[in-house]
Design a protein around this ligand. Structure first.
Ligand code: SF4
Length: 99
């Protein structure tokens, strides 16, 4: 028998892995890389997975949601800012995608 906590941990882990696979593909298509620091990368992945479970959308874990779904659509990963940030700063605000 599994407990709720085990279930939710499993769900979070599986979703994080799914997002990781998507992000690797997306980064590759654009000639980018994911953060090479496993700990930082894991924190972003977990944050994205948590938001997906909690809010139903893959909201950026490094930005504040306004609560207005139309406005917050801008910060569903990959957010509307990431291309400019990667181009200008070398990485997105969350340090998820790198040039
Ligand atoms: S800042 Fe990075 S992690 Fe956050 S939504 Fe934009 S692309 Fe995704």
């Amino acid at each position: 028998m599994t407990t709720d906590t085990e279930e939710s941990r499993k769900e979070l882990k599986e979703l994080s892995e799914k997002i990781h696979l998507w992000a690797e593909g997306y980064a590759g298509e654009n000639g980018w890389k994911l953060n090479g620091d496993e700990r930082q990368l894991g924190a972003v992945l977990k944050g994205l997975a948590r938001n997906t479970i909690k809010y139903g959308e893959q909201y950026c874990p490094c930005r504040i949601r306004s609560g207005d779904p139309e406005k917050d659509a801008e910060i569903i990963c990959p957010c509307i800012y990431h291309e400019d940030e990667i181009k200008n700063d070398g990485n997105c605000h969350c340090q998820f995608f790198f040039k």
